[in-house]
Design a protein around this ligand. Structure first.
Ligand SMILES: C[S@@+](CC[C@H](N)C(=O)[O-])C[C@H]1O[C@@H](n2cnc3c(N)ncnc32)[C@H](O)[C@@H]1O
Length: 281
């Protein structure tokens, strides 16, 4: 059993960077039980062998869906969205006055609450961005999570987590016992499947990258590698937003804390410009 667990951990680490705590055997088994039942595997060793063989992409996707943690909610942690409203978007609005374009990437979007929260925030600020082109790209590794995100239908419980009643009524309509996001917000987000451990350089350069509460499930080497590559996709004066408990400290010299908000960073070397903008405001 221990050998199979170690094999599973190594497979998931190679494939998606997930750092599996092998001591949590019961939790791993219960996450994978439905996958194993559906695939009619007799034990974990057989499942891992089939995953490793690579001939069954759907089985691999289901195992990944079962093992990742897709916990999320609308406007999670509040303060990052306050930072977006008061620091990130105003600063970029001034900096992009000529081009009037912004690209925002929610790089581990789970079931979509994070990018839809940004879309709601931009809707609220729409008068400040009249005539702008704003792209919101949202991605995740989990097919199951992306399927929910793409449809934009949430349960009563899910909308109660983070959404005020006015926002709920403004942007959602009741649908089959749940709440369906309005088409204009749904269409504002471009969902893609992107594995952060793979090359994502073709996605282009972004002005804001949110990579929140995903790196915390990865080991230090993997976090470093992803941060190096995220820095390459971020415009020189762009912002990186990590989870409230995540940091670049000790992992990357490419970023420095910004705006006085935990989890908010800019590319190293861009801080002089931020200070000037804050001083002028
Ligand atoms: C806890 S959720 C975070 C959701 C949202 N960013 C938030 O903070 O509420 C973590 C997400 O990271 C995704 N994830 C984990 N490893 C990934 C990888 N290698 N590539 C892309 N997404 C990954 C998971 O599928 C999961 O949806």
């Amino acid at each position: 059993m221990m050998a199979a667990l170690a094999e599973l951990a190594s497979f998931l680490s190679d494939r998606i960077g997930l750092s599996v705590d092998q001591r949590r055997q019961a939790s791993i088994e219960s996450r994978l039980a439905p996958v194993m039942a559906e695939a009619a595997t007799k034990d974990l060793r057989e499942l891992v062998a089939r995953l490793r063989r690579g001939a069954e992409p759907e089985l691999i996707d289901r195992a990944i869906d079962a093992m990742v943690t897709c916990e999320t909610l609308f406007f999670r942690d509040r303060l990052p969205f306050q930072a977006m409203r008061t620091v990130v978007l105003p600063t970029l609005r001034e900096a992009r006055e000529q081009a009037r374009t912004l690209r925002i990437w929610s790089a581990a979007c789970a079931t979509g609450q994070e990018p839809y929260s940004i879309a709601m925030l931009l809707d609220e600020m729409s008068r400040q961005f009249l005539g702008w082109r704003i792209d919101i790209v949202a991605s995740d590794i989990s097919r199951a999570a992306l399927a929910v995100a793409t449809v934009g239908r949430y349960s009563q419980f899910e909308v109660q987590r983070g959404l005020s009643t006015p926002l709920l009524l403004r942007h959602f309509r009741q649908d089959n016992g749940g709440w369906l996001i309005n088409e204009h917000l749904r269409a504002a987000v471009d969902f893609r499947r992107i594995n952060l451990t793979s090359d994502f350089s073709r996605q282009g350069v972004f002005d804001v990258i949110l990579c929140r509460n995903a790196l915390m499930y990865m080991d230090v080497a993997r976090r470093r590698d992803i941060l190096v590559r995220l820095a390459q996709q971020l415009s020189p004066d762009g912002y990186l937003m990590l989870g409230a408990t995540e940091t670049v400290v000790g992992l990357s010299d490419d970023f420095v804390p910004a705006g006085g908000y935990a989890g908010l960073f800019r590319r190293a070397g861009s801080s002089k410009r931020t200070l000037r903008l804050v001083a002028n405001s």
